[in-house]
Design a protein. Structure first.
Length: 99
């Protein structure tokens, strides 16, 4: 994720609505995939918190190392030159973990 004044770390829905065709912006639904299929922000891609946690670890929810995390993000199609807007069902836990 690159840093750019056009893309603050925290945005509101109206900020997102003003940028429907921004090619540098990817909206990411971090909820469980079943929730994504029940309805999501138009144009959003699904990438749940479970896709970034280390399932082999004895402690649930821990992240893998940097190399593995980068591999997973790349395999999901994310690029370094994109800005991601992450959202979840409202409590912010899933989106903040993916962030």
């Amino acid at each position: 994720m690159k840093s750019d004044n056009r893309f603050p770390l925290l945005v509101e829905t109206d900020w997102l609505e003003e940028r429907p065709k921004d090619r540098d912006l990817v909206v990411v639904d971090t909820r469980r995939r079943a929730q994504y299929y029940m309805g999501h922000v138009p144009g959003a891609v699904s990438f749940s918190m479970r896709e970034v946690t280390d399932e082999r670890c004895w402690r649930p929810g821990l992240l893998p190392g940097d190399d593995e995390l980068c591999r997973r993000l790349g395999a999901a199609g994310f690029r370094r030159d994109e800005h991601l807007v992450l959202y979840d069902e409202g409590d912010g836990l899933a989106a903040s973990r993916v962030f």
